[in-house]
Ligand binder design. Structure first.
Ligand SMILES: C[S@@+](CC[C@H](N)C(=O)[O-])C[C@H]1O[C@@H](n2cnc3c(N)ncnc32)[C@H](O)[C@@H]1O
Length: 251
């Protein structure tokens, strides 16, 4: 009897692993209704995004910020699609929202699931303008999980902050690429004067936005419209750091 039970348990593990592989596969035809509105942490694990607790654990941040907004988010953009894991997660979690993604590579298997995907370089204002013209902008939530270079993060923030709805949230993941002790490259200059993290630590000191990658108008717009920022740092092997910026509701 014992042997039969453990064989059954083994078969169940294989069956659920096979189901997970299906959900994560590019051949997935549609997102199952059974996943809609499931717990956000659980969804991050089901789809295997690197936001999940065992990796960057940014899902902890999203859980705090986005769970209260589950029924009020109508338009969400995430820069950086990769295999589509997090876009699938948002599509399941925000039942009635339109989910958008931009990437420098085509993602037809993600588009097929009802997620709007656009080919665009996040560091190129013309690409971003074409994307906004075509999508209509006005996002309730914008997440930057793209290339993580200093110019990528800052051009996108400067350009797209204006296209965030009033009271909306702009979240930049992987701001740890500003930290030379842990990450090589990513377009930092030798004096670290151009890092994305510095924009926010300086903002805390003097309430000015300074970035060599933003226009004067973009910087003034941000200074006028930022309600608050939060710098999030998790002490794990990846030194996971993110920034949340909330836009004011009324001037
Ligand atoms: C970390 S992956 C995204 C992971 C995904 N958001 C998730 O959580 O499952 C980064 C993605 O950003 C894209 N990327 C890199 N540079 C980019 C750029 N300049 N503009 C837009 N996307 C870029 C890459 O092609 C890659 O698909």
């Amino acid at each position: 009897m014992k042997k039969v039970t453990s064989l059954l348990a083994l078969l169940l593990v294989f069956a659920s692993q096979a189901q997970l592989n299906d959900l994560r596969s590019p051949t997935l035809q549609e997102l199952p209704d059974s996943l809609h509105k499931r717990d956000l942490i659980e969804l991050s694990e089901i789809f295997n995004t690197d936001k999940q607790p065992s990796l960057h654990n940014f899902i902890d941040l999203y859980n705090r910020y986005l769970t209260p907004l589950q029924d009020s988010v109508h338009r969400i953009l995430e820069i950086g699609i990769f295999n589509g894991a997090s876009h699938k997660m948002w599509k399941c979690y925000f039942d009635s929202a339109e989910v958008y993604g931009i990437d420098i590579r085509e993602k037809p298997w993600v588009e097929k699931l009802g997620i709007h995907t656009y080919l665009a370089n996040q560091a190129n204002r013309e690409d971003l303008q074409t994307f906004v013209d075509s999508s209509g902008g006005n996002f309730d939530v914008i997440i930057d999980d793209g290339g993580h270079y200093m110019d990528h993060q800052q051009v996108s923030l400067g350009f797209l902050f204006e296209h965030l709805s009033e009271g909306g949230l702009y979240i930049i993941e992987d701001v740890h690429t500003s930290l030379p002790a842990y990450y090589d490259g990513f377009g930092r200059d030798s004096t670290l004067s151009n890092t994305t993290l510095k924009i926010f630590t300086d903002y805390i000191m003097n309430e000015d936005i300074e970035s060599v990658y933003m226009t004067k108008e973009e910087k003034v717009y941000m200074e006028t419209w930022i309600e608050y920022i939060e710098i999030y740092k998790r002490k794990n092997s990846m030194h996971s750091t993110a920034v949340v910026i909330r836009k004011k509701k009324k001037r």
